[in-house]
Design a binder for this molecule. Structure first.
Ligand code: G3P
Ligand code: CA
Length: 262
């Protein structure tokens, strides 16, 4: 496959603001995304989920319990129910040093609101979250990408190969990343790499379980590697030394500082 539109940062290492600049502001809110864009991240990362009434919202957990003052599963709640929740106060309580009054009444944003807010001022790393539980999610997401003319501004990642394959049939160029999570030192076979290479441009894997050999192997297969989620500069420096192509971080400013010194 040929991927002519694949974005490579002019700084060579792509900075992905994970759930926005979520180290400094309530994750997956417009505040967090605004800060990620302001800091100069190449992408803002958005976990996309679908509500009971078929609206796409940004939220990581499948339930609203941790990051709002409500309770329940996103897929069982209507957008109106989700919009009634406070998605910022938990952050102020948990991170007093970064607390701000205006975070207190943050709302869960829809994907449309995020596209509306940032348009072509950033790139979007969209993650289809548990797509098997929300059939039709990819169709709605892609329709929105087209409505806002953002095909060249998005990449898509997922733990679900089926979800990525679906998107590949609609767009042969959009950068796709297969997410992998390891609970022990990571190893990957030639066969897996070649299967992923059939539809994706790269791999996202948890930083703590990978090493230089893993990165080498992925790169030799022609795939990109974007480890997640790297928040300390010492680890960012390691990842950069190993030759990663991008890094997911809650603190994009820290990564940009590391890259600046290269
Ligand atoms: O960006 C990669 C990462 O987002 C995947 O893990 O759980 O943070 O969505 P998670
Ligand atoms: Ca994610």
């Amino acid at each position: 496959l040929d991927f002519p539109s694949l974005f490579l940062s002019d700084k060579k290492i792509v900075t992905i603001a994970h759930r926005g600049a979520s180290g400094y502001a309530p994750e997956s809110t417009l505040s967090s995304y605004r800060l990620g864009v302001k800091m100069g991240a190449d992408y803002i990362e958005i976990d996309v989920q679908m509500t009971a009434d078929g609206e796409l919202v940004a939220m990581h957990d499948t339930s609203v319990n941790r990051t709002t003052n409500g309770k329940g599963a996103v897929k069982d709640m209507t957008l109106a129910e989700i919009k009634a929740l406070d998605a910022g106060s938990w952050f102020n309580e948990k991170h007093p040093i970064y607390a701000r009054d205006d975070y207190a009444n943050e709302k869960v944003p829809t994907l449309r609101e995020i596209f509306e807010a940032f348009g072509k001022d950033t790139r979007y790393m969209l993650e289809t979250k548990d797509p098997e539980d929300s059939p039709g999610m990819e169709e709605k997401m892609w329709a929105l990408v087209e409505e806002y003319d953002l095909r060249k501004y998005v990449a898509v990642q997922s733990f679900s190969p089926a979800s990525l394959l679906k998107i590949r049939t609609w767009d042969k160029d959009v950068p796709l990343f297969q997410l992998l999570w390891y609970n022990r030192p990571a190893r990957i076979s030639e066969r897996t790499l070649s299967e992923i290479g059939e539809y994706a441009n790269g791999i996202g894997a948890n930083y703590l379980r990978i090493n230089e050999d893993y990165v080498d192997k992925v790169k030799q297969s022609g795939l990109l590697i974007y480890p997640y989620t790297v928040n300390y500069q010492v680890n960012m420096e390691n990842a950069v030394k190993w030759g990663v192509d991008g890094v997911h971080t809650d603190f994009p400013d820290r990564l940009l500082e590391v890259i600046e010194e290269l």
